[in-house]
Design a protein around this ligand. Structure first.
Ligand SMILES: Cc1cc2nc3c(=O)[nH]c(=O)nc-3n(C[C@H](O)[C@H](O)[C@H](O)COP(=O)(O)OP(=O)(O)OC[C@H]3O[C@@H](n4cnc5c(N)ncnc54)[C@H](O)[C@@H]3O)c2cc1C
Length: 224
């Protein structure tokens, strides 16, 4: 198989690499140290505060089209163009791989390029399976960097890397889904901007394998 990146992927990877080296690396150590200080001495919202320097980096990256590069070519539709991805198109997995590798050299870069987990994966789920209302309410603000999201899979009592072990039940009640269970290790759930959760739950205990496991989205109820 030929793993050579396309000319577009090579150009984007070079642009991302140059941005990480020229813009992020020089301030990252300082920002990391300051975040450590906040973790030691800060409380509540201090812990989640995004410094102005990081917001400025996001603005610069977006201006260069280095924004939402995770959007998949097949499903991005008009969103890549509407939300600032260079050339107005998503990337194939093969083309995104070297871009993601380049962002992986910096802990801050995925956030600066709005390509950070779990937001990117959650945005992809909303893109592919969300209703028009769900996309407008959660996908668009995620692609705009205005809200954050979380993915709630891991549970305390079961081996949670296996979706067939999910114990939390998701039962349809009229036009609502009632979730009953316990989750932990949910990255970013405490962020004040976290507005949407994707929850893995069991909707049909009698179905074989993963057929009984479903995800559903829900608005975070505890914002801090
Ligand atoms: C920094 C951090 C952030 C995280 N963020 C999130 C998050 O945002 N959302 C979230 O839901 N979780 C999150 N997690 C939790 C993490 O994803 C889980 O720890 C992971 O899914 C593994 O689940 P587990 O701890 O239950 O381990 P287990 O599932 O018990 O796995 C332990 C080991 O057993 C193996 N194993 C499991 N099942 C089987 C099987 N049937 N047969 C053979 N081997 C098996 C696994 O491969 C693994 O090696 C986070 C964890 C960390 C450390």
């Amino acid at each position: 198989m030929d793993f050579s990146p396309s000319p577009r992927a090579a150009e984007l990877t070079e642009a991302v690499r140059a941005f990480v080296e020229a813009e992020i690396a020089p301030v990252e150590r300082h920002l990391h140290d300051r975040a450590g200080e906040v973790r030691r001495h800060g409380t509540g919202a201090d812990l989640w505060h995004v410094p102005d320097e990081v917001r400025e980096l996001q603005r610069k990256a977006r201006k260069l089209g280095l924004w939402n590069l995770f959007l998949p070519a097949e499903h991005a539709g008009p969103y890549a163009e509407r939300f600032g991805t260079r050339d107005g198109m998503g990337l194939s997995n093969l083309d995104y791989a070297p871009v993601a590798e380049a962002t992986g050299w910096s802990a801050l870069a995925p956030f600066v390029f709005n390509c950070n987990a779990p937001d990117s994966g959650n945005a992809e789920v909303l893109l592919r399976y969300g209703s028009p209302e769900q996309r407008e309410r959660w996908l668009e603000p995620l692609l705009d960097g205005r809200i954050r999201s979380a993915f709630a899979m891991t549970e305390p009592a079961v081996a949670s890397s296996d979706a067939t072990n999910m114990q939390l039940t998701a039962v349809l009640d009229g036009d609502e889904v009632v979730l009953d269970g316990r989750k932990w290790w949910t990255t970013g759930i405490g962020h004040p901007d976290c507005a949407v959760l994707i929850v893995m739950g069991l909707s049909n205990p009698d179905a074989p394998g993963t057929a009984g496991t479903r995800w559903c989205s829900s608005r975070a109820t505890h914002p801090a």
